[in-house]
Structure formats: structure tokens, C-alpha cells
Design a protein. Sequence first.
Lengths: 341, 341
Amino acid sequence: MNDRFLRACRLEPVDATPVWFMRQAGRYMPAYRALRERHTLLEICRQPELAAEVTLQPIDAIDVDAAILFSDLLLPLEPMGIPFDFVKGEGPVIDPPLRSVEQIDRLRRFEPRESLAHVLDTIRLLRTRLADRVPLIGFAGAPFTLASYAIEGGPSSNYARTKALMYGEPDAWHQLADTFATVVADYLTAQIEAGVQAVQVFDSWVGALSPRDYREFALPHTQKIFETLRPFGVPTLHFGTGTATLLPAMREAGGDVIGLDWRIPLDTGWELVGEDRAVQGNLDPTLLLGPVERMLRGAYDVLQRARGRPGHIFNLGHGILPSTDLERVRTLAQFVHQQTA
Amino acid sequence: MNDRFLRACRLEPVDATPVWFMRQAGRYMPAYRALRERHTLLEICRQPELAAEVTLQPIDAIDVDAAILFSDLLLPLEPMGIPFDFVKGEGPVIDPPLRSVEQIDRLRRFEPRESLAHVLDTIRLLRTRLADRVPLIGFAGAPFTLASYAIEGGPSSNYARTKALMYGEPDAWHQLADTFATVVADYLTAQIEAGVQAVQVFDSWVGALSPRDYREFALPHTQKIFETLRPFGVPTLHFGTGTATLLPAMREAGGDVIGLDWRIPLDTGWELVGEDRAVQGNLDPTLLLGPVERMLRGAYDVLQRARGRPGHIFNLGHGILPSTDLERVRTLAQFVHQQTA
């Protein structure tokens, strides 16, 4: 098996820097768009054959060193008792949003082997189809990011309602975040048992918090997830954006690999994370929309800052944008391998 | 005159830490909402009597140490040849958005004393009405932030089109940003001549850039504005959000006072800015939506980190949110004064 990715997670030397991309399966790929003409996002997520097909699309098209399960962060919400849907052009809509202590009290822990059995079936199917070509990454959202979707009712620019709940009803917040932590830990455990070889926890929107609030309201819950997963010995990745001032606390919360975004130079970020952890990142995804030379200069800079030290996984600082040209992604992956082989 | 604010800008000792709030005039105020029932935002901006009335509303209601001209960042766009409007519930819409080199070529430098005469009339009216109670702050947007509105057509989550232009057509970008810098420098010069006693440059969205891109695409243009204003001897403030990794470069770009948001502890931010500059900030505006005790604890923490050193202006890390209770704002301003007197 191509085990570069897993070796880098464990800070072991590699034959070339491993590369994968957040949203490497998705709307920028013509093959995915063709499938989306016939199926909704949730249909694809819920049908193992389709989800596996989409997961594999970039593995065939791009020279990446890991596959990531095609799924959506919000899937665990429905079996908890928080219905949601995707509205064309608007993204996820959670209706009614979670705003009261009564609603939080009614949330349920659930058995992922029953309620999200289709995800676990997808994982098993993928392990067979991948036949050890590259490792398979599972994932879930972190409590702050999941809670912010549920409370705001969708994406937000300021997280005002989420923070108002945190500040105004801290007990309810902690109960909610703990419920999410339990659900996510159960879900990731089930994913590991079904066969994923690494898991990434996405705390995509946590950069909205001050370091002080992160420590009080997010850290303990995210930490619970990583603590629960530790005995499985499967590499864990911890990702967020806008986290320049949160990195030392994110390290404390857990993760063998800490994700960095482009707002912090990779070497500065790695110093804050600590050299006994691996890092993942951190090219600005918008660089893939410009000229190829500038994109490669940016990638070269990232690699220079990693200085060939073991424990760097090349990725973007956030997901591939839908308007990205597939050829650019292919060129980028090849460049990283060529430069570091 | 209450000159605490101006003294703090100049790093001089003060009798109490000066306080003002971004968006201290606006939708959170019942008096403003009453006026908005009869007038649109642009009507208020364009009628000196109304703009002056709104500017003064918080001066009467809250114990703040500065007034800030009520206006909108986008006003200079129209006389440059970029029409826009405010659509209810959506914010600003620039239609057609600025996407081509031809459009950029057609942009005009204009004479603010003619095209934005109403703003200068508002300033003169305000200086009379304020009768030196508190100083009056003028403002404008920084080139990156103005360009991002014009190119995206409104607010954006990833600034993909803005960055695609930067990377793909760097000459066109620099021409555009230089035009904005010239227009903003002209506009702020006219504001100073009309009587504002300090000016703030808002680069609200610049935190989307990597430090490398900031230096290449934003810094030189913002710097041009501050260089042009320097001979007037009026204090200048330089504000952005999500700027933890940009602060040393923002300092280089200019500003006697550098704005900090809540994502960075005030003392850490001040160190990056340098002790020979003043700083402004940095309470999370969402803290005003929660219990008063937590808000005051947060404010106390900000003041502790400022350690009573000359050169701290208390403010939020971004504007007051519309759902904020006026009484909270009043309590916060009083608290800062009491703690530091």
C-alpha cells in the first residue's frame, strides 16, 4: 500500500510528501457534476454505491495519497433529532434551528451502526474497492462547528446566536457540546471499526472564537473526542481555519496532525503546534484559480517552510473551490511529489 | 474638549481610557430604527441633516469619547463609476460587479468636494453641533476591502473572484487598488479639510489574505493612503479583522493606531504592532449579547492586558451587532471609564 500519508501522520520518514485535498471529491470534478444531475447531495451521501463512486473519482483522476469518505458534516444531526436539508444556492438549512434549552434537552444520542449504517457500508465497500491503493480517511465535525450550524440554522458571518447561547446559557451550551462530542466519538468509533484508517475532525468555523472562549467552550469537548479515539491507535487529524491564535490550544485538545490554513506561514504554525506533532496544509485554495506558475510558487513556499521534516502532509488550507479546474489539482499533486521525492 | 481619544492616539497619558464603538450609530439604537422607518440607509448618508442626527444619537445616549461620521464605506464607488444599492436583508449589491480589465480602465478619480459634497457638509454641520464635546472621526475603506466588494458584487465567504483577479491579472489588480488608494486619499483629505479630527481606514476583510499576499497586493496601496495623509498631522487608525498574522505588515502600511480584533489577546497584538504605536480594541461584540457580568469580565481582561499603558483606545473587535441592547453599550462605556479613571 501507498502508506506515505499514514507514515507522515506518525512523523515517520516518507519517500515523498503525501498529498490529499479537502473536497477532492466534489463539484469541481466533471464526473461528480454529471452524477449530481441525477442525484441530490443527500442521495449520494446515503447510497453506498454512489458515495463510494464519488469518493473514488479523485483517486483515479489525481495522484493523491489518501481517499476521504464522501459524506457531509451534518449527517449526524438528523438521527439526533435536528432535521436539515440543502437548499439550492444557499447551502444547508436547519429548520427549526436549535435555540432553546428544551430543544437541547430533547436531543438523542443514537447508534450510528443503525442510523448511519449507510456510511459504514460505504466505508466497507471503499476498503474493498480501494484494495489498499491508498488509505481511507473518515471524518466528522467538531462540537463547536456542528453546534454553530444547528444554532444559526446554516452558515453565519458572526456566530452571534451561537455565542449568545454560550455566554447566556453556559450549562445548556456545555450539555449541547457534550452531546455532540459523544455522538461524534460514537460515530468516528463506528467509522474506524468499519475500516477507515485515519479520521479528521473538522472544526472549520472555530476561528470565530477568541483563545479564551476556545478554551472554555470548545476545547474540553473536542478533547473528549480525541481521548475516546486514542485507544484505537488510528491517526487523528484536527482541522480549523483562522486558527493562528488557537493552535497551542488545539494541540492540547488533540490530534496527531494539526491542520493549518494559509493565514499562517507553515513554519510559524508548526512551531506553535510543536514539532512532536505532524501538520497538514496549507496552500490558499484560491491560488488554484490563478496562473499555474503562481500556484506552484505558493506550493514551493509551503514545501520550503516544511524543510523536508517528517510529518508534513500537503493539503490546501481549506476545501477545493467548485470553480477549480481539475487539471490544476492534478498538476499541484504531481509537483509536490516531484519536489519531495 | 474631551481629548482623551486624541491623546491616546498620540500615546499621551489620559485621565481615563477613551472609548468609542464601531457602528455606535446604527440599527441597535431605537432612535436610529425609528428614523430608518422613514428613510433608506443611502438617504440618511446623503442628507447632511439626517447623517448628522444619526452620528450624534450615541453621543447623547452613551458616554463615548469620540463621534464617528455616519456614512457607508461604499459611497466613493458610485462617483468612480461603480453603481451599487442596498437590498433589504442582503446588504450591499454591486451590479454589475467589477470583473474585467475594461471595467477597471473605465474607473474615474473624482473630486470629493463635488461628488461627495454632502459628506463634507455633514462633517461641517457635526463640528458645529458637537461644539468640541468630543472629536469627530472620519473614515473610508482600504483598497483591498473596497475592491473585494466591487469584484464579488457584495459580501463574500472566500473572496475567490477577488483573489483570482489578483493572481491572474496582477497589473489590473494593482491599477485597481491604486485607483482606490488615490480616491480614498483624496476623500480622506477632503474629510480632514472639512474638519474631522482623526481618520480610520477600514480594511475589514483583509484577514482573508496570507501574509505573503498581503505584502504583495494590499500593503503598498494602503501605505499610499497613510503616506498621503501624514502631512496633515491628524491621527490615523488602521483597522482589520482576522489579522493576527498580518499585524507587523499592517504596522508597516501605516496608522498611528492599529485596530485589533478579539481573536488575538490585546497584549500579544500590541507586541506585534510595536509599543511605539497605539492600539484599539478588542472585545468580541457578541459578548454584549450575553450576561452583563461576562461582558464586564471580558472588558476587564482587555484593560488588564493594556496594563494602563498610554495608547490604548477601548473598542470592540468589530462593529456593534444590530441585536445589541443599548443599555449594555452604555454599561460597558461606563465600566471602562470607571476602571481606568
